[in-house]
Design a protein around this ligand. Structure first.
Ligand SMILES: [Fe+2]
Length: 191
């Protein structure tokens, strides 16, 4: 049975490995092989959000819930990251810096049970293309909230300092849009 406390302990233990990112990927892979159990442990997604499961200087574990059809602009992490999905779909588009600015460098679609390891220099944007919530566990090899890094304006692709408050605002706006669209789909209520 998947247990969050045990998962945190296993990730912490994996940090002692000679290749911690690979060891953490194994831990996340094992967890995602039972997506229903992970969903029971973190709760069935009902609104988009970035929920902190664990946060320390050398390890951050987040539960990311993406609203239907929401996107997050390109950003980097400056630390390795392991992403695992327990529901829905997460489309990752990768970028690299060039003399002409940011250019695309491939993509990877993740669905439930999939896990991917992102290197320290990876720049990616994320989209949930489905009309249902996507649930993911993201494990970072460092302090996700305290490490200065970059994000790129989604329209101009101009680089700017990463702002976690702007990320939270993006999730809040996605929830607002989801609630509005759900209300419209429901139509006028009888009284
Ligand atoms: Fe990311």
């Amino acid at each position: 049975m998947f247990d969050l406390e045990r998962f945190i302990e296993d990730c912490r233990g994996a940090l002692k490995d000679s290749t911690p990112h690979s060891a953490v990927k194994d831990v996340v892979e094992r967890a995602m092989s039972r997506p229903g159990e992970v969903e029971r442990a973190v709760g069935t997604p009902e609104s988009a959000g970035l929920h902190t499961i664990y946060h320390a200087p050398d390890l951050t574990i987040l539960n990311l819930v993406w609203a239907p059809c929401m996107s997050l602009y390109p950003h980097d992490h400056r630390m390795w990251a392991v992403i695992g999905l327990y529901g829905g779909r997460e489309d990752n588009v990768f970028f690299r810096r060039s003399k002409d600015g940011l250019v695309s460098a491939g993509e990877r679609q993740l669905e439930a049970r999939d896990t991917v390891l992102l290197g320290k220099t990876v720049i990616h944007s994320v989209t949930n293309p489905w009309k249902q919530f996507t649930g993911a566990i993201h494990v970072y090899g460092g302090d996700f909230f305290g490490t200065p890094r970059s994000e790129w304006d989604p329209e101009t692709l101009v680089e700017r300092p990463y702002d976690v408050e702007r990320v939270k605002q993006t999730f809040a706006e996605a929830n607002e849009r989801f609630r509005r669209e759900a209300a419209t789909a429901l139509g006028p209520q009888d009284h």
